[in-house]
Design a protein around this ligand. Structure first.
Ligand code: GCU
Length: 338
């Protein structure tokens, strides 16, 4: 379900924000001579989220490493639009960089759905080993360059995603029967939540709180950090550890822009990105613990589920969504990473 009014007002806000950025970016000459450029980066998370913190630091380090030639302005809170829009803005070159969920890329190339599969990865550490290793991902990250002018730089973890509900703790797929659970805009995740027993409702991230509050949704699925930074725990207090997925967020960049970087600037960009995802991974564990404490203190209830029952319910998705040799090979790589 997409709210077109919100979409339109999101786009208007995006244009206004970009116009302001153009006036105030201060782009001009860098320290050692040459052009300086402030890269606009779109994010749908709050300033408290580990992704915002790691990206701000990425920008600072990049500025230092390039003698001021490249810096980054992060626009949090969907200021430049929801992820579907910001992916399009990166493709157009209106926005330079964005963090988008793997589900958004799956809509452009089905091979991305492999890493969005439930139970593909079983740990954040294993996942990070694979998704920031060029050899392991093969041609996947350059696969959107010719069609969309979008290059994938690498990925941050979204941590483990679990289901939460307004109604009661979930223990088995039967407990989700009849519940409207929000999913990201993805065929795979719609099938995933249906297989888990619920009625799947695709929706953009920023609309979920109000929909939960209004009772349009009975629940959603996400990691503990987003459960807290988006304040969903205020309106859906039963968080059940279905552990169905370790999610992924990709950093995407406009392909023409990144291909125009000098060799030196590209090397600095890659080096600082490696530092950014390492910092993000470290922050992730700490922020997850803090989020659980915050939610529990506010009355949220966490429970374990019948894991075997959910695994059995999800098993048939493999046959439906892993169809080509490329997809099967990527899936094996993910499974082998643990
Ligand atoms: C996580 C993820 C976001 C994504 C969101 C969602 O917060 O980091 O990129 O948009 O989940 O469920 O939509």
């Amino acid at each position: 379900m997409r709210n077109t009014t919100l979409l339109r007002s999101g786009a208007v806000a995006a244009v206004a924000a970009l116009a302001l950025a153009a006036c105030g970016s201060g782009d001009g000459d860098a320290a050692g001579g040459g052009e300086s450029k402030t890269l606009k980066l779109a994010l749908n998370q709050t300033e408290q989220h580990p992704s915002f913190i790691a990206l701000e630091n990425f920008g600072k380090r990049l500025k230092e490493s390039t003698g001021g030639r490249l810096s980054v302005q992060v626009y949090p809170n969907e200021t430049l639009g929801a992820q579907q829009e910001t992916l399009q803005l990166v493709s157009d070159g209106t926005v330079d960089l964005a963090i988008v969920s793997g589900t958004q890329l799956e809509n452009l190339n089905k091979d991305f759905s492999v890493f969005n599969m439930p139970l593909a990865f079983s740990s954040v550490e294993g996942q990070m080993k694979v998704v920031n290793d060029q050899k392991a991902v093969g041609d996947l990250y350059s696969s959107l360059e010719a069609s969309n002018k979008v290059t994938v730089v690498g990925a941050f973890t979204q941590g483990t995603r679990n289901v939460y509900s307004k109604k009661a703790p979930i223990n088995t797929p039967a407990d989700l029967k009849g519940q409207k659970i929000r999913v990201q805009e993805s065929d795979l995740h719609t099938s995933m939540i249906s297989a888990m027993g619920a009625s799947a409702t695709p929706m953009a991230f920023g609309e979920v709180y109000t929909a939960l509050q209004a009772g349009v949704l009975d629940g959603a699925e996400n990691n503990e950090v987003s459960y807290v930074t988006q304040k969903h725990f205020e309106v859906a207090k039963f968080y059940s550890r279905t552990n169905h997925l370790v999610g992924l967020d990709y950093l995407v960049v406009n392909s023409d822009l990144v291909k125009g970087f000098s060799g030196e600037d590209k090397a600095a960009f890659d080096k600082e990105w490696a530092a950014a995802w390492a910092e993000h991974t470290e922050l992730w564990g700490k922020e997850t613990e803090k989020a659980i404490a915050t939610a529990e203190a506010a009355g949220a209830k966490f429970n374990d589920v019948d894991a075997a029952a959910f695994e059995a319910a999800l098993e048939p998705l493999k046959e439906k969504f892993l169809t080509s040799d490329v997809q099967k090979k990527l899936y094996e790589t993910a499974q082998a990473a643990g």
